[in-house]
Structure formats: C-alpha cells, structure tokens
Design a protein around this ligand. Structure first.
Ligand code: MG
Length: 255
C-alpha cells in the first residue's frame, strides 16, 4: 500500500473513534417544562374565558361611565342582554387599560338610515386615542380607511367581512400599547390585530398615532386627540356617533 493510502485509513479510523465517543443528541435537550402555561377555560356558550375581565354581560353598566362628564353611563340596557348607544355622549370604562385582547359584539340598526359614515357609526377607542371603526359597511361605500374594521384613517381592513344590518357581528382585537419615554415621546409604536366575524382584517399593523378625523396622527403621550377632551387617561371608550348601535358580550384579557 502506498503511504498516502495508509495515512487515509488511519485518518478515517481516528475520525470514527472520535464520533463514537461523542454523546448522541437527545430530544430532551430542546424541551423546557418551566414555567408551565396557566390553565384557562376557553369561551363557550357566550361565556367568556375564565381569566377574562367582563366589561358588559347584559346586566348593568357598573364598569362604565359617561365619557364626557364622568357621570353615570346612561345608555339603554335591553331585555336581550345588549345595550344601545343613546345621544348622551360616549361611554368609557372606569378603569384604564394597557395591552389587551378584547372581544365585543355589535350590530347596526335593521332600519337603514343615512349613508357612508352616517350609517351605523360607532367605534371602539383604545386608551381614548386609537379607534377601530364600527360602521354598517354592508353595501355602503365610504373611504376605505374609514369603513368597518378599519384603524380609522390609517388602515383599511384587508377584506370587508361585514354582515347585513341587524345581524350580530364580532370583533376580536389584540391591542399592544405604544411605549413612551419620560418626556412623553413615543419610543415604540402600538399595534393592532383585528378579527372581524372570525376573519383576519388587521394583521399586526403599527398604529401611527391617534386616529384623527382631521389632520395627521398625534404621537406625543400628552398631545390631546379629538376623542379625549381634556382627558389623557387610558380608558376604553365606545363612541356615540348619533346612531343607535347595539353592543353585547364585552370582555377583555390583560396581556
Ligand atoms: Mg366611528
């Protein structure tokens, strides 16, 4: 045998010994067991998940107040477990909120009145700054970034998943709050993911700032938006836009 060939065999032999000496990787090496996820009972039969904070279950408005004056929330509670927007101004939760998952059911009036932004308009405004639009967008054209499930004047929904007026619709929304530095400058944008009637319509979009009717979004923590009055608090707010929209089964989970 040639010297080169002998050297080659010795090399292979040593390599094999080295490989055999190594421990084989085990499946357990890439598992972790702690912490264990908390057990939560999922929503069923119109009951929220076991770790949800119920904001409205049809019985009363004790979690809410008038958003204008801070007095009692005086929207009408109906026998069917819903409440209806009345012309007393919007309502807001008594508690402020951070990043949350929100479930809310709503329906616009069967009797169609008005058109465009005037038909079945309301809205859910997170932290009194960022609106997910509620509108009768079933055969009712308006600007795309102002129709139902839009992030108002920022993002149109990916599709129009609207049901006809008079039918109950659902929003399941993941809101990640923006972050600000000590002097109130935004350091990280907030985000929205929205499912409308179970269909993804906003896919983790970056909130550009307050959702203004006129003008550009405001990004400073202490800048006052149209929805806020003199309030810079972070309450969840439902809009009174003059249309008798109904709501039911509202709950959230803190994230
Ligand atoms: Mg609105």
């Amino acid at each position: 045998m040639q010297k080169n060939t002998i050297m080659k065999y010795i090399f292979y032999f040593l390599g094999t010994v080295l490989l055999l000496g190594q421990e084989k990787p085990k499946p357990e090496a890439t598992e972790y067991w702690e912490p264990e996820p908390v057990v939560v009972t999922p929503a069923q039969d119109n009951l929220p998940p076991s770790d949800a904070i119920v904001l409205f279950d049809g019985s009363d408005l004790s979690k809410w107040r008038n958003a204008r004056g801070g007095g009692e929330a005086s929207w009408i509670i109906n026998d069917n477990g819903s409440m209806t927007v009345t012309r007393n101004g919007g309502i807001e939760t008594i508690d402020e909120h951070g990043s949350i998952q929100l479930h809310i059911e709503w329906r616009t009036p069967t009797k169609m009145e008005g058109k465009g932004q005037g038909r079945g308009n309301s809205g859910i405004i997170f932290q009194r700054r960022y609106e997910v639009q509620i509108l009768d967008s079933y055969n009712n054209r308006t600007y795309s970034n102002g129709q139902a499930a839009s992030i108002y004047k920022q993002y149109a929904p990916l599709v129009n998943a609207s049901k006809p007026p008079g039918e109950w619709q659902t929003y399941d929304i993941i809101f990640t709050e923006p972050e600000f530095d000590k002097i109130g400058i935004m350091t990280k944008r907030g985000r929205f993911t929205v499912f409308h009637n179970g269909i993804l319509v906003q896919n983790n979009v970056e909130i550009l700032g307050t959702t203004e009717y006129i003008g550009m979004p405001k990004i400073g923590k202490n800048e006052i938006s149209g929805y806020m009055g003199k309030n810079t608090k972070k309450n969840l707010y439902i809009q009174d836009h003059g249309n008798p929209v109904e709501f039911r089964n509202i709950w959230m989970r803190k994230l």
